[in-house]
Design a protein around this ligand. Structure first.
Ligand code: ASP
Length: 345
């Protein structure tokens, strides 16, 4: 590898971007990296040194599990000193979960990790995959005047935008602009020029070194409240001995029905050391439990304010913190503060 040009590692995990139509069934099957390269010869024209590796079995992202996040973390960790930036090709369906999980697992990454995918397979004429990969590589290779990476965090590149990974949501099943960060500004926009939102990019302190984490504890659940939700079902979930963390998707600014059974279930679960986090079902805005009595009762019962975390982020952050065997009080504290730019403060 040449030293002067950025070294980029593309990690292909699967998803539509590498899929090809099975001529017998018409169904999209996962294909491989050579297939991608054949369809994007432009990758060879970059002055960057691009290498690639792939999952043995490329996955539809519906099959992505915490063990695959560990695998991605391991690949990045093993190659951390050899590469200046990483691009992860991933299915779009669960990309926001993977991006959120990695933002915690790759603590103080200090290098770009850019996830991208596509809505149409790369072999299709109107594919969006080509633009997405090319932009993702550009974002991963960008350097400032001192030669340091401009992006030093986990991000999602889709269409012309680069977003903070743990702020993203898949917002469309068929539009090329499939991702959005409802509560955050883009980190960069690729127009005629690429412009970076420099003030908004994450910067870690000099002596905060890259610390990869490999464990996640998936004993969590997300509950979406709705009028008429049955007490017994909710109580069963709260009392399930396997459940250690609950993301409660509440109404508006963090409100829930004023029902004794709900508050009692929350208090009991809290006393057992379970962590209950309040996020809103609204796409924009944040939880403010002091606004209404219907929200304040949750605060009084010990529910943590998840502010404007997405459900993808709240779930994976809980998995991450619960895996570290911290005291419940400490997990509650850490859920309420940003660890990787995941909430508005
Ligand atoms: N089902 C596919 C996946 O998430 C969809 C896509 O890649 O866009 O793997």
């Amino acid at each position: 590898m040449k030293n002067s040009n950025p070294n980029i590692l593309i990690i292909y995990t699967g998803g539509t971007i590498g899929m090809i139509k099975n001529p017998n069934t018409g169904v999209l099957d996962t294909f491989n990296w050579e297939h991608l390269l054949k369809h994007i010869p432009e990758l060879n024209e970059f002055e960057y040194n691009i290498s690639a590796c792939q999952f043995n079995t490329p996955l539809d992202s519906s099959d992505i599990m915490p063990k695959h996040w560990m695998q991605m973390t391991k690949i990045i960790c093993d190659n951390y000193h050899k590469f200046d930036g990483f691009v992860i090709l991933h299915g779009t369906d669960t990309m926001a979960y993977t991006a959120s999980a990695l933002s915690f697992m790759l603590q103080n990454i200090n290098k770009p990790v850019v996830l991208t995918g596509s809505q149409l397979p790369i072999g299709v004429i109107r594919t969006d995959g080509k633009e997405n990969i090319i932009n993702a590589v550009e974002f991963a290779a960008a350097r400032d005047l001192e030669g340091k990476p401009i992006v030093r965090e986990v991000a999602v590149c889709f269409g012309q935008y680069l977003y903070r990974g743990n702020r993203t949501t898949k917002c469309s099943a068929d539009n090329f602009n499939a991702f959005i960060a409802y509560n955050d500004e883009p980190l960069a926009v690729a127009g005629v020029e690429i412009s970076y939102n420099i003030k908004h990019l994450l910067r870690t302190l000099e002596n905060n070194h890259f610390t990869p984490h490999f464990n996640m504890n998936p004993s969590v659940i997300a509950i979406t409240l709705f009028p008429g939700i049955k007490p017994q079902i909710v109580k069963n979930v709260f009392m399930d001995p396997e459940i250690e963390g609950i993301v409660l998707r509440t109404f508006g600014s963090g409100n829930a029905p004023k029902q004794e059974w709900l508050i009692n279930s929350i208090k009991e679960a809290n006393d057992k050391g379970k962590i209950i986090v309040n996020i809103t079902q609204c796409q924009r805005g944040l939880v403010e439990m002091e606004r209404y009595q219907t929200g304040y009762q949750l605060f009084q019962a010990g529910v943590v304010n998840g502010k404007d975390m997405t459900v993808e982020c709240a779930v994976t952050k809980l998995m991450f913190l619960l895996a570290q065997h911290r005291k419940p009080e400490e997990v509650r504290k850490m859920m309420a503060i940003p660890l990787a730019g995941e909430m508005t403060v």
